[in-house]
Design a protein around this ligand. Structure first.
Ligand code: ATP
Ligand code: MG
Length: 327
């Protein structure tokens, strides 16, 4: 069966790392049909529109979307695109790689971040000149969906014993109460082990002893902040992939942005985007090929060639070719 893959490079180094990931996918000789579409700052400059309807429609109908980065227009592009694929969870692995400088080389975490509600549901008000308010929305249905996903995620592989629920239900008793209680009862029904940690305590403990944690289910804002914190533990943004997953579609993108300081020089590290493409392969059921891509990236990170952000002097193309060679 042919899978249609939407490819949206966007701006800055998105235009360099996204084609690199497509080259790697093409080398696997899977029956993919790649359809490229435009979005982002440069498109807005040219046409007045950052995200044209046809790009949105393509993401909403393709089997999966590979996205690069958008600059100033990021919120106008990526938020609607996550909505186009109906994504309820943002998967953010944060893993240290052999041979790469990391503050905590033993870090190997996967954040499962609720992707639709919490404080990002958008109910902000300016009541008076003095007072601004924000309504935090947490539903049992979205919490249950995340809980079920977390159960499936840890059950699919022998690497995980269960997962940790991160919350602040001692203070936000209603909202995080619903979040924690719903996820816990879904896990109990599925016979999946859980433990729970308050989000402030988690921030300290993950810095001191990241090896105590594995898969973490957390509310939207907490997942955003804590996964960036974990990025610091493993050696920065250039290596972190992410997946926005819905029940039928997914959107896969590096955690980093457009990197305007190096854009156009051909030296961006393609690893985060290529690992995101490997997550896309897993999502589509190509587990063997996904594993091969992970292995080829890891070997290349360890043995080189490396781009300048990792202390090397190789180009994006050199690294991509080396990864394809190892496949
Ligand atoms: P944006 O507003 O688009 O997020 P930014 O200026 O915040 O842009 P990021 O893309 O978030 O830039 O990157 C932050 C820093 O990390 C920059 O110095 C950038 O060069 C570096 N960086 C990010 N991604 C990569 C990559 N793939 N390869 C090499 N360096 C990178
Ligand atoms: Mg940035």
């Amino acid at each position: 069966m042919t899978h249609e893959i939407a490819v949206i490079p966007g701006d800055g180094i998105g235009k360099e790392v996204t084609p690199a990931a497509v080259d790697v996918l093409e080398a696997l000789e899977i029956d993919f049909e790649f359809v490229e579409a435009d979005a982002g700052d440069s498109l807005k400059e040219a046409t007045g529109e950052a995200l044209p309807q046809e790009t949105y429609d393509l993401a909403a109908s393709a089997d999966a979307t590979l996205f690069g980065a958008a600059g100033e227009t990021a919120a106008d592009v990526i938020l609607p695109l996550r909505d186009a694929v109906d994504s309820f969870v943002n998967i953010r692995p944060a893993k240290a790689y052999p041979g790469i400088d990391a503050v905590r080389p033993e870090t190997d975490l996967v954040f499962l971040r609720e992707n639709t509600e919490g404080v990002y549901a958008g109910h902000e008000d300016r009541l008076t000149e003095d007072v601004a308010t924000l309504t935090r929305v947490v539903t049992e249905s979205a919490s249950a969906e995340l809980g079920e996903f977390a159960c499936e995620y840890v059950s699919e592989s022998d690497d995980h014993d269960g997962f940790t629920i991160v919350h602040k239900a001692n203070v936000m008793r209603e909202t995080d109460g619903v979040f924690r209680d719903t996820i816990k009862s879904v896990a109990d029904e599925n016979g999946v082990e859980t433990d729970e940690v308050l989000m402030d305590a988690f921030a300290t403990r993950v810095c001191l002893e990241p090896e105590q944690f594995d898969v973490i289910a957390c509310p939207n804002l907490a997942g955003d902040v804590l996964s960036d914190l974990a990025a610091g533990l493993v050696g920065g943004l250039g290596l972190l992939p992410s997946a926005n997953v819905g029940s039928e579609r997914g959107l896969f993108e590096p955690v980093h942005g457009t990197a305007p300081d190096i854009a156009g020089e051909g030296v961006a590290n393609p690893a985060a985007t290529i690992i995101s493409a490997a997550m896309m392969l897993e999502f589509l059921g190509y587990d063997e090929q996904a594993h091969a891509v992970h292995e080829a990236v890891e070997a290349t990170l360890e043995e080189g060639p490396r781009t300048p952000d990792l202390g090397g002097d190789a180009s994006t193309d050199d690294v991509t070719d080396a990864i394809i060679e190892r496949l």
